[in-house]
Design a binder for this molecule. Structure first.
Ligand code: ANZ
Ligand code: ZN
Length: 853
């Protein structure tokens, strides 16, 4: 019996695809294009199972679309700047560039063993000056277009990494990498003006109908649009007014205090003569800027001694506090507090003994007895205790009060967004230098285009804290491009999300002298199918959408959205193991014994824990290299696709991998050692074939249809199940007549074509064994014959209470439960049932479904 030699076969086809340039593409106006992209990896050194899953999914889509006649762009590169390289330099004395390039080389080799259909000519590494020089020019163009600026601002400071973090990089008050509590600091920073596009970024989410709802919802909330009003409170004994932002101007008569952020200019002014306030402000600044941290911290305030008058009643005075829950960066950095209808304000009022006056009366409640205790009332109702607003609904009162304020010059309607401008400055070495020069006379001056790229110096010292670029003895000392005087380079580098915000466009034309040629970018973009992790729902995916708009403004390309379709894959999970002392064990440290596991080393019992996302800390990882080494890439790929749909988590199991391997081995034998004859390649279909042969023929056509549909809907696990079903049908065909021999040939040749996107190496090899001509990857996806797939389906009516409400397509003799399910899913039926369960469903097989509502 010949055993399938995956080692030799996989290497052979990888070589052949490369030699024949099978996946190298150029713009071809005569073909429809399709751009498949997987989120490019950080070159940490080794690929992990998350990568294997991601790239298997992408490769399936790319190969399938190629078979479907598309001109498919499928590139790969490296998101190569970032902190780990610098840490390696610090810990092991290896230069970040060397570390990164070595990692890229070994990961590239690992990826190549997976048989991925990349156009490797387009490979990019974002740490190469060839790449980052273009983003330096982009940044200068953004600056000239008013989309980049420098300003003093309160930033999130990671005290462990000694760097600034973007809001998105602060998770629950902690640095996203260091896990250290984040502090606030006032620093001069570069920003990109993403807020200019807040409304557009929000509106355009509607058009992203091939994105998961979960992701568009997260972006929607991140942008956080709030409609409300700015209201002016006059400061007593001063000319100034205090501007507050509110979404509830209808509650203005329930106001009992005003509060300002610790870094509000008025607070600073009062603090000049009030050291205790200064101390309080300092305390607030030790808290991070993250919203969750502010939400959860105890509400604290400091009475400034200032008072303001109520905008609708001159005789009404309110105290002004500095409060730790008011953010300087949101709205106007000041609020009026209405304790009866806002929980934070209520907590605050109870603590500082401020009045609580309800002004919204809940439906059914009694105006004389309604009181607010420890819980603010935030629901709907009628306004009362509120002069001219009495009796109105919340919505009507909002409109009326805004009108009145506007008329009196004491306020105006306004919209604010939670979205902040993107701070891109990082005080790091291993990043793209910000191309600016600071001149004492001319201020900030962009580096002239002729002097780009500003390259990183190589001789740097990684000892010590802070930014190595800043400590470099010579690099930053330059003359001013404008006046020629002594000046200094900017030593900040870009946030690494800068690089990933436009790499998809660079792939369109990776060797271009400019960032990319407009023609190539416009031919290939948008990315038709983007695939990656949900963790990028707001960071990378929002920044890329912003960049597309900024690049359009600067004339680089004319594109609405970068990613037309998005698929977010689930995690790869694995059981966890611990020894008797509670130390985590690798799956390779244990073996099965009976129902449980024991250690390989000394047979000691092993405690099995939950099935969790593979992670180094819990050691529940399986190294792709081992799997590919012992079973081959096709097996790993097949298992990745088999068990769950892409967006769900997948549990990696030894038995699952073995199952995939056994299936491929069986397929190999079915085709290379057929028990019954195959007609020669190219034999035409005999006019008359046996019923059994015809059944196999029909099964083949149905598989073409079903697999194609499953792939189009990203139900890859269903597609795999259909593959198995077809091979079972073909294996059952045991006639030796011409018709059967032909049906076998037709069936297996088709099957091999259908599995190529999933398991390309064995598919190519089987195609060769079957005597097929040319490369399988160059062959089109087969067509199915409609008349051969529909025979077994029937159209039957669905009645509700005796009235015909629709029809369904079901397989002949289909299971009653399936028929019932299909009937209940009919749009009209659902409308009639209005979400209620039917009283009875009567299925008359192959005839009709009667529903009693
Ligand atoms: C008075 C009021 C009465 C409010 C009431 C709410 C309920 P969203 O919806 O998230 O936009 N606010 C405004 N600026 C703030 C800041 N810089 N820091 C902290 N809180 C701020 O929230 C808007 C509401 O949050 C505003 O409406 C304001 O409180 C508060 F019954 O004004 B409201
Ligand atoms: Zn100058």
């Amino acid at each position: 019996m010949s055993r399938y030699n995956f080692r030799e076969t996989e290497a052979k086809w990888q070589r052949t695809w490369e030699e024949k340039h099978c996946f190298e593409v150029t713009e071809d106006p005569d073909k429809p294009k399709y751009y498949v992209l997987e989120m490019f990896p950080y070159p940490s050194g080794r690929i992990h199972m998350g990568h294997v899953r991601n790239y298997t999914l992408g490769d399936l889509v790319a190969r399938y679309k190629k078979a479907r006649g598309f001109n498919v762009l499928h590139p790969m590169g490296w998101d190569a700047f970032g902190l780990p390289a610098e840490n390696a330099a610090f810990e092991r004395g290896v230069h970040p560039a060397k570390w990164t390039h070595e990692n890229i080389a070994s990961m590239r080799e690992q990826l190549k063993t997976m048989g991925l259909s990349y156009d490797w000519r387009r490979e990019i590494a974002t740490c190469d000056p060839d790449y980052y020089q273009h983003e330096q020019k982009m940044f200068i163009d953004f600056y000239k277009a008013g989309l980049a600026y420098k300003k003093e601002s309160w930033v999130n400071w990671d005290p462990v990494e000694n760097t600034v973090l973007a809001n998105e990089q602060v998770i629950d008050g902690m640095g996203w990498r260091s896990g250290a509590p984040v502090e606030k600091r006032l620093l001069s920073q570069w920003f990109l003006k993403i807020t200019e596009y807040a409304e557009d970024l929000l509106q355009a989410l509607e058009g992203l109908d091939r994105w998961p709802d979960r992701v568009t919802l997260m972006q929607h909330n991140w942008i956080g649009k709030s409609e409300g009003a700015r209201v002016f409170f006059k400061l007593k004994d001063a000319e100034d007014k205090l501007e507050v932002f509110t979404t509830r101007p209808d509650t203005l008569y329930g106001a009992s205090f005003c509060a300002i952020a610790a870094n509000h200019p008025i607070a600073a002014k009062v603090a000049e003569n009030n050291p205790a306030l200064g101390e309080f402000i300092a305390e607030c600044n030790r808290m991070g800027t993250s919203e969750t941290e502010i939400e959860t911290a105890e509400k604290k305030g400091f009475d400034t001694g200032l008072t303001v008058t109520h905008p609708l009643d001159d005789s009404w005075e309110l105290p002004v506090y500095v409060a730790n829950f008011v953010l300087m960066e949101y709205g106007t950095g000041a609020i009026f507090g209405c304790p009866a209808h806002d929980q934070r304000d209520l907590d605050f009022a109870r603590k500082y003994d401020l009045p609580v006056t309800p002004v919204v009366l809940p439906p059914e409640a009694d105006a004389d007895s309604f009181e607010v205790g420890t819980e603010a009332y935030t629901g709907p109702g009628k306004i009362y205790n509120s002069d001219f607003l009495d009796g109105l609904s919340v919505e009507d009162a909002k409109a009326k009060v805004a009108e009145r304020l506007q008329g009196a010059g004491q306020g105006e309607k306004t919209t604010t967004y939670r979205l902040r401008d993107w701070g891109v400055s990082r005080q790091r070495y291993w990043g793209c230098p910000v191309p600016f020069i600071h001149c004492p006379d001319c201020g900030e001056v962009p580096v002239p285009e002729a002097d780009l790229p500003v390259e990183l110096p190589e001789d740097v010292d990684f000892e010590g804290t802070g930014n190595p670029l800043d400590r470099h003895p010579t690099w930053k000392h330059v003359s001013c491009p404008r006046c020629g005087g002594k000046a200094e380079r900017e030593t900040d580098t870009f946030d690494t999300f800068f690089e990933s915000s436009w790499y998809f466009a660079r792939f369109a034309d990776a060797k271009a002298e400019s960032a990319f040629s407009k023609e190539a970018a416009e031919y290939w973009l948008p990315v038709d199918q983007y695939i990656g992790g949900i963790e990028h729902a707001v960071l990378h995916l929002l920044y890329s959408r912003f960049f597309t708009r900024a690049l359009r403004k600067c004339g680089y390309l004319d594109l609405d959205e970068p990613f037309a379709g998005l698929m977010t894959q689930g995690m790869v999970c694995h059981e966890t193991f611990k020894d008797q002392n509670g130390a985590w064990l690798f799956p390779t440290d244990v073996r099965k014994e009976g129902d449980g596991y024991v250690t390989i080393k000394d047979g000691a019992p092993v405690k099995t824990g939950r099935i969790e996302k593979m992670s180094k800390s819990k050691r529940n990882v399986v190294d792709p290299e081992n799997i590919i080494g012992s079973y081959g890439a096709d097996t790993a790929r097949l298992f990745m696709l088999s068990d769950s749909p892409p967006e769900r988590d997948l549990e990696w199991t030894e038995s699952g991998v073995e199952g995939a391997w056994r299936y491929l081995s069986r397929l190999w034998r079915l085709i290379t050692e057929p028990a019954k004859p195959f007609a020669p390649h190219g034999t035409p279909r005999p006019a008359h074939i046996s019923a059994a042969a015809e059944a196999a023929e029909r099964a083949t056509h149905k598989a073409i249809k079903a697999i194609g549909e499953a792939v189009e809907r990203f139900r890859f696990n269903t597609a795999v199940a259909q593959v198995r079903e077809l091979s079972n049908s073909l294996a059952e065909l045991d006639g030796e007549d011409d018709g059967s021999a032909w049906a076998r040939r037709f069936g297996y040749e088709t099957l091999v074509r259908l599995i190529e996107p999933m398991v390309p190496h064995i598919a190519e090899e089987l195609w060769l064994q079957l005597g097929g001509d040319g490369m399988l990857t160059d062959r089109p996806w087969p067509d199915f014959d409609e008349s051969l797939v529909t025979d077994d389906t029937l159209t039957i009516g669905v009645q509700v209470n005796g009235k015909l409400r629709g029809t369904i397509e079901v397989a002949r003799d289909a299971d009653k439960a399936l028929v019932e399910e299909a009937a209940l899913a009919v749009e009209n039926v659902r409308k009639i049932l209005e979400g209620n369960a039917p009283r009875r469903v009567i299925v008359v097989p192959n005839k009709i479904v009667n529903i009693v509502a």
